[in-house]
Design a protein around this ligand. Structure first.
Ligand SMILES: NC(=O)c1ccc[n+]([C@@H]2O[C@H](COP(=O)([O-])OP(=O)(O)OC[C@H]3O[C@@H](n4cnc5c(N)ncnc54)[C@H](O)[C@@H]3O)[C@@H](O)[C@H]2O)c1
Length: 348
């Protein structure tokens, strides 16, 4: 098991990569433990849950609503939770987002930690200290910054993940490589088959490299005012595609990365050969869907958290492994979207 410390906007977390539930029992209180999970995870791993009150939400993105946060808080109140209670989110990104948010608002905040059970949450959702629920079709519009005390990433739990969820996690795994580490990009590509086949030695090593990148970026910019924005690469277009077409988060991010790379070439920031390399690699990994951007994409992006007045802070690429941040006007963005959709219609 490897220990990595990661800084977030609201403190520090200890990431335990490659451990098991037994390794964290001593980090939990003897009483007052509330386990927030989803029904799938409870069915698979309920026997491994430490002793505590279990609250299971419906699996999936549809649970990322304020109503669910309210329901979980009510269940906790009924079960006698107070300010000394401790929340353990046990599940994927949806569970971590809900559990983290409940931990930050229940009685103005209680202690919390995660057991992270999907590839996507082990490399991203559980380890950054951001919580959030969706507001209608707008992703993560309501949320808080709240750092979990620890995050256990038991790689063996990934063996029960459906293949579609493993691929989705690979989308976020690739993101770290694309923004920061060209060698990691080629390594993930070469290992894609083994990741899908459940080779945990290979997958665990790649997860660790991604977590170290996130820890390095977050350390210098915990409040996401500058450098940390690069972690959102692919998410501006990705979030719109995710809600519009109902794609898994990581698949939407992979497609969003290719569109952001197209924008990078269109803006003269990156050579076309790099875009082709990205497209071929993500395509081979089964991550590209070739969806067009919806007609209202620019208005949706303007309401995104990355927008300020009529400009959007975009993370673009100079090459695979190197990013640059540019402010782009909504007018210019619309011109690009027209160009992109026109090109996509010809290629279909
Ligand atoms: N807060 C953040 O910083 C952050 C970052 C990235 C993504 N996210 C969010 O994370 C969410 C996606 O997370 P996700 O991909 O983990 O989805 P998820 O939590 O919906 O899990 C995917 C599916 O896998 C099931 N599952 C979980 N663990 C399992 C296991 N070990 N074996 C078998 N099945 C298992 C779940 O029940 C669910 O059906 C999105 O809402 C996204 O916005 C948040």
């Amino acid at each position: 098991m490897k220990r990595i410390r990661i800084n977030g906007p609201a403190g520090e977390s200890l990431i335990l990569s490659g451990g098991t539930v037994d390794d964290v029992v001593t980090l939990l209180p003897k009483k007052g433990l509330f386990i927030i999970t989803d029904r799938n995870v409870k069915k698979l791993y309920g026997k491994q849950f430490p002793h505590g009150e279990v609250i299971a939400i419906e699996p999936g993105e549809k649970s990322k609503r304020l109503k669910v946060v309210e329901e979980v808080c009510s269940r906790m109140l009924e079960a006698g939770a107070d300010r000394s209670s401790f929340i353990l989110g046990f599940g994927g990104g949806v569970v971590c987002d809900i559990a983290g948010m409940v931990a930050s608002v229940y009685m103005r905040g209680v202690r919390h930690a995660f057991v992270s059970t999907t590839l996507l949450s082990q490399v991203d959702a559980s380890i950054g200290g951001k919580t959030g629920v969706n507001l209608g079709e707008y992703k993560n519009t309501i949320g808080t910054f709240r750092q979990p005390e620890f995050v256990l990433c038991d790689h063996e739990m990934l063996k029960t993940l459906p293949e579609a969820e493993v691929r989705s996690g690979m989308g976020e795994l690739f993101k770290y490589a694309v923004i920061r580490d060209r060698n990691l990009f080629f390594d993930i590509s070469a290992s894609a088959g083994q990741i899908i086949a459940g080779n945990m030695a290979v997958t665990g090593d790649l997860i660790l490299r991604a977590v170290r990148i996130k820890a390095g970026v977050a350390k210098d910019d915990p409040f996401e005012k500058g450098k940390r924005r690069i972690l959102n690469f692919g998410h501006t277009f990705g979030h719109v595609i995710e809600t519009h077409y109902g794609l898994p988060h990581g698949v939407a991010v992979a497609n969003g990365m290719v569109i952001a790379a197209e924008l990078s070439v269109w803006k003269g920031e990156m050579a076309h050969s790099e875009l082709s390399l990205l497209q071929t690699t993500l395509g081979k990994a089964g991550l590209l869907t070739g969806h067009k951007l919806p007609a209202n994409v620019v208005s949706m992006i303007s309401r995104d958290k990355k927008s300020e007045s009529d400009r959007v802070n975009f993370v673009l690429l100079r090459s695979i492994g190197r990013t640059v941040i540019r402010r782009i006007s909504t007018f210019e963005l619309q011109t690009f979207v027209n160009y992109y959709n026109e090109k996509e219609s010809h290629s279909q």
